[in-house]
Design a protein around this ligand. Structure first.
Ligand SMILES: *Cc1c(COP(=O)(O)O)cnc(C)c1O
Length: 464
């Protein structure tokens, strides 16, 4: 038995938390009234809170704990590196072994000629790097006016000024003066919510054509790049129709613009390949990475860059970098994480065992009266809640009202699922067993039953 960590009573921790700790994406006032749920330890796919409740983590933290919790090899790697060389920078023509080894390993794993890595501390920072890198690339090629980056509505690319501007989340743009100039957003391939009467295939194709339309409107000579997540994550696990990505790739091939795949969620096994770009069969010039790169055990992100862009950028000084670019402790942890993913064949487990099992169980949820579509790609999945499956109607309440009720029922049933509006989403650790998948889906179904009861009682089962 492991020793149990001593800590203050939950109420005292919650009071200190409310008094001093400002939370991301949280209404602090509401949280203070309710008190935060305090997670104290974790193992495998299981979380323990300060009251001793054991919860199945259907979100892998925030989409990141791909190898599961409690892998002491990563703790050992961090401790070893801290003793040997806790920090050094990579700025002024210096380097260190962990950054060298990790960049070489990533070049080996990444497809095509994605052979160069610029490190950051997070996915947001990496996307800020990407904005500056693609604009600087075109400037180096004598085309400084090629500066517009096309992204998508409802995309999530991070929270810094640049990354949140790339993102297409309206509530984020409403705070702090976003987006920055020369970012353009096209509609997303969300058939359930926006497809109307056309088939998913026709809709996916039409939404891809929006990219070509935007290039024509803005002028090819003005557009630097297109950025997208292979599967939209925080936007609600929107799996695009199969017609979408082939047409996007065709457009990127036809016009001279760069393709950036934001692999922060899809990378490192989530979709059943090392990268979502492989699952979607696309050839990006740059991939954004973070989250699963270290399975969340240490903060690290980066951009994996193709030969052409790296070579052009490399002709002069790129006036950009972070104190912690390639941080040796984070890089060592990431290397150990990649070793585990590779040697334990975690991606094979997703592709051949856990993925197919979850798909079968998850898609069966579509027979629940509250569930419209059930979508899945590898180990990321979503269900759309609706009062009327046939018309794909929204509820006659503020978006997210029913999703929130469902999420609270999930917590009560000791399973962590997230809601994005009225979509429920999961992204469990990739090492989850088939038995644990059964428990996850069983708890999800129970939560849906209870949600339906509550929604019916409250008179919310009405179409907008
Ligand atoms: C989480 C996320 C980011 C931002 O990463 P941070 O490490 O939180 O800065 C960027 N892109 C995608 C697709 C993400 O899911």
């Amino acid at each position: 038995m492991d020793a149990i960590t001593n800590h203050m009573p939950t109420a005292e921790l919650q009071a200190l938390d409310a008094a001093h700790h400002m939370h991301p994406f949280t209404a602090q006032k509401d949280l203070a009234e309710k008190g935060a749920r305090i997670i104290t330890r974790a193992n495998g796919v299981w979380l323990t809170d300060s009251e001793g409740n054991e919860m199945l983590d259907g979100m892998a933290g925030l989409w990141c704990v791909n190898i599961g919790y409690g892998r002491s090899e990563l703790a050992d790697a961090a401790a070893r590196q801290m003793r040997e060389l806790p920090y050094y920078n990579t700025f002024f023509q210096t380097s260190h072994v962990p950054a060298i080894a990790l960049s070489a390993k990533l070049a080996e794993l990444a497809p095509g000629d994605l052979n160069h890595v610029f490190f950051a501390g997070s996915g947001s920072e990496a996307n800020d790097t990407n904005i500056r890198m693609v604009r600087h690339y075109w400037a180096m090629k004598g085309k400084p006016e090629k500066s517009i980056i096309i992204s998508r509505k409802n995309a999530y690319h991070g929270s810094t000024m640049g990354a949140a501007s790339l993102g297409g989340m309206v509530p984020m743009h409403e705070q702090g003066g976003l987006p920055i100039p020369d970012i353009h957003h096209i509609p997303q391939p969300n058939w359930w919510a926006e497809g109307g009467d056309i088939s998913p295939e026709d809709f996916g194709f039409a939404r891809a054509k929006e990219l070509e339309k935007a290039i024509h409107e803005l002028g090819e000579e003005r557009v630097a790049a297109f950025i997208a997540e292979p599967v939209q994550g925080a936007g609600g696990v929107i799996v695009p129709p199969e017609t979408y990505w082939p047409e996007i790739q065709r457009i990127c091939d036809q016009y001279s613009i760069l393709l950036i795949a934001d692999e922060v969620i899809c990378g490192f096994g989530r979709t059943g390949n090392w990268f979502g770009s492989q699952t979607m069969n696309i050839r990006p010039h740059i991939m954004t990475i973070a989250k699963g790169l270290s399975s969340g055990y240490a903060p690290i992100g980066g951009s994996i860059v193709c030969d052409e862009v790296a070579n052009v950028i490399g002709q002069g000084e790129f006036n950009h970098g972070y104190t912690y670019s390639g941080h040796p402790v984070a890089a060592s942890v990431a290397l150990e994480n990649l070793r585990i993913l590779e040697e334990e064949n975690v991606i094979g487990h997703v592709r051949d065992v856990a993925g197919p099992h979850l798909k079968e169980k998850w898609e069966a949820l579509a027979d629940h009266p509250l569930v419209g579509e059930a979508k899945i790609c590898g180990m990321m999945a979503s269900i759309a809640l609706t009062p009327d499956k046939a018309t794909r109607a929204a509820f006659a309440a503020d978006a997210g009202t029913v999703g929130f009720i469902c999420r609270e029922r999930c917590f009560a049933n000791n399973v962590v699922m997230r809601h994005v509006g009225d979509r429920m989403i999961i992204s469990p650790p990739l090492v989850i067993s088939t038995d644990e998948i059964d428990q996850l889906v069983e708890r999800a179904r129970r939560s849906l039953d209870e949600c339906l009861e509550e929604v019916t009682q409250k008179g919310l089962l009405k179409s907008a």
